[in-house]
Write a protein that binds this ligand. Structure first.
Ligand SMILES: NC(=O)c1ccc[n+]([C@@H]2O[C@H](COP(=O)([O-])OP(=O)(O)OC[C@H]3O[C@@H](n4cnc5c(N)ncnc54)[C@H](OP(=O)(O)O)[C@@H]3O)[C@@H](O)[C@H]2O)c1
Length: 303
C-alpha cells in the first residue's frame, strides 16, 4: 500500500522512521514497534539499532534511506546542531514528508528549523517530551507538539504510540516554549525550596519533617492562588478584589531577605523577586496582585 495513503487514513500501522537511537530515540522506536508500525531506524553508531532490528525494525544504511522509508520522520538527537548536521545534506529527500523533531531545543531553533523544512517542501512539527525515556509508551507519558494542524492530525494515531499527545497550535515555537516555561516554573519553585531549607537548617531542625509537615502543604495551597493569578494575566485585570496585594507581599519578602541575612543565609534567590516587586510598586502598582509582576518581568528596567 502507498505509504502516504496509509498515513492519511490514520492507519495505526503507518510506517515511521526514527533517526537517533540514544536513550530516548531507542525508547521511541521501541514504542512504535510495539504498536505494530513498520519502523525504520538510523543511528550514527549503527550497533545501537541491533536490538530494535532483532525486534522487527528495518535498519537504514544511510540517513537518506531512512528519510525516504516513511512519510513520518521522527528525529531525536543530542541537540539541534546535530539535527542540522544530519538532515541538511538530505534536505531534498524530506519533500512531501512530515518531520517531527523530538530533540530538546529553543523556540528560536524551532522557528528556524520550520522555515528550513518548509523550503524543502516538508511539514515541520516541533515536539517536547515531558517524561523520561522509561515512561515512553506508557499511558501517562506526555509529549507536546506544535506545527501545521493537518500534518499533526495525519500522524496523530501513530504519535499516540508514544503516550499522550498534546497539540498546542500551528506556531512551531510553542512546544519548546511550553517545555521551557514548565522548566522555569519548576526551577523557581525549587529555588524557594532550597532557600526555605537553608533557613530552617540554621537551627537543629529536621528538614524532612519540616518539608512534609509545613512546606509542602503550604506550596500545595498555593495552586489555587496560581490559578487566580493566571486568570488575571489572561484578562489583564490585576487589580479587582485583591486581598493580598503586592505592597503587602513586598514587605514579607523584604523582611525575609533581612531575616535570612541575619541568620547567615544568602538571600540572592529572594532578592531578585524583591527587586521586581519594588519596581512594580515604584511604577504605581502596589495595590495590584502579584500577577502584575509578570508584566514587570517582560519590561526592561528603567535606566
Ligand atoms: N533521555 C531522556 O529521558 C530524555 C527526556 C526528555 C527529552 N530528551 C531529549 O531527547 C534528546 C535525545 O536525548 P537522549 O537521552 O536520547 O540522548 P543520548 O542518549 O545522549 O543520545 C544522543 C543521540 O544523538 C546522537 N548524536 C550525538 N552527536 C551526534 C553527531 N555529531 N552526529 C550524529 N549523531 C549524533 C547519538 O548518536 P550515537 O549513538 O552515535 O552517539 C544519539 O543517537 C535530547 O534532546 C534530550 O534533551 C531526553
Amino acid at each position: 500500500m502507498d505509504e502516504t495513503t496509509e498515513a492519511a487514513r490514520g492507519d495505526d500501522r503507518s510506517p515511521v522512521t526514527i533517526i537517533g537511537l540514544g536513550v530516548m530515540g531507542t525508547a521511541l522506536a521501541g514504542a512504535f514497534l510495539n504498536e505494530g508500525h513498520r519502523t525504520t531506524v538510523w543511528n550514527r553508531s549503527a550497533s545501537k539499532a541491533d536490538d530494535l532490528v532483532a525486534n522487527g525494525a528495518a535498519r537504514a544504511a544511510t540517513v537518506a534511506e531512512a528519510v525516504l522509508a516513511s512519510p513520518l520522520v521522527v528525529v531525536c538527537l543530542r541537540n539541534y546542531d546535530v539535527v542540522q548536521e544530519i538532515l541538511h545534506p538530505v534536505g531534498d529527500a524530506l519533500s512531501g514528508r512530515v518531520l517531527v523533531n523530538l530533540t530538546a531545543g529553543t523556540p528560536q531553533q524551532a522557528r528556524a528549523t520550520a522555515r528550513w523544512t518548509a523550503e524543502r517542501g516538508a511539514d515541520y512539527i516541533a515536539g517536547a517530551i515531558m517524561v523520561g525515556a522509561p515512561m515512553i509508551g506508557q499511558p501517562d507519558a506526555l509529549v507536546l507538539y506544535s506545527g501545521p494542524r493537518e500534518a499533526f492530525e495525519t500522524h496523530r494515531r501513530a504519535l499516540g504510540s508514544l503516550g499522550v499527545s498534546r497539540y498546542l497550535g500551528a506556531e512551531p515555537a510553542l512546544a519548546p516554549l511550553h517545555d521551557q516555561a514548565v522548566l522555569g516554573g519548576t526551577y523557581a519553585m525549587l529555588a524557594g525550596f532550597v532557600h526555605a531549607i537553608a533557613l530552617i537548617r540554621t537551627e537543629d531542625v529536621d528538614a524532612a519533617e519540616f518539608t512534609s509537615a509545613l512546606l509542602i502543604p503550604r506550596l500545595e495551597a498555593m495552586a489555587v492562588y496560581m490559578h487566580r493569578l493566571a486568570e488575571r494575566v489572561d484578562t489583564g485585570d490585576h487589580g479587582t478584589g485583591v486581598d493580598w496585594n503586592l505592597g503587602m507581599q513586598a514587605k514579607d519578602v523584604s523582611n525575609l531577605v533581612q531575616v535570612s541575612r541575619a541568620e547567615g543565609v544568602r538571600a540572592d534567590l529572594l532578592a531578585s523577586l524583591q527587586a521586581l516587586m519594588d519596581q512594580a510598586i515604584a511604577e504605581g502598582h502596589g495595590a495590584d496582585d502579584l500577577s502584575r509582576v509578570v508584566e514587570t518581568l517582560r519590561t526592561p528596567p528603567a535606566r
